[in-house]
Design a binder for this molecule. Sequence first.
Ligand code: K2U
Ligand code: ZN
Length: 168
Amino acid sequence: MSRLTVLHFPDPRLRKKARPVAAVDAQVRQFARDMLETMYAENGIGLAATQVDVQQRVVVMDLSAERNEPLTLVNPEIMEKSGTEEMEEGCLSVPGFTELVQRAEKISYRYLNLDGEEIEAEADGLRAVCIQHEIDHLDGKLFIDYLSPIKRRRVRKKIEKQNKIRAL
Ligand code: K2U
Ligand code: ZN
């Protein structure tokens, strides 16, 4: 198992678009284990491959209180969206910031599990938000992209200041 490095905004690699996984093999299963280790270590409830500088369409998540219900989504796709809802979002790649983001309230989605089987499911609430948040990552999109330009500029300035202090 390996803990991976999570990229931080404004790293341009966070803007890369991930490519579909051709086959769910042992390498993909090992990568998913490494992503889960990293997600738990960083106290996230989700993580996308783009965030660890891998341009493959792989997402991991665990919404359980006991942190013992890991889920890996390979080549996740949202099939249908309905309703709208606002939720406070944060991101492991934009540390220290949370903002209200409007997203679809309910989604139907499909993905490949680690056995390569196609799964179709529906979600609402935090699970729907998390899946939309992570699939955005695979497309190079961050939750701060939904903010006003003024708010987004404020986030960028604060993080660049944080990064300068870290570099001292
Ligand atoms: O992708 C990530 O960076 C992990 C995200 C996933 C997530 C964001 C917003 C809403 C649901 C899931 C977070 O780090 S998970 C921790 C979190 C969740 C909500 C608000 C703040 C932090
Ligand atoms: Zn994120």
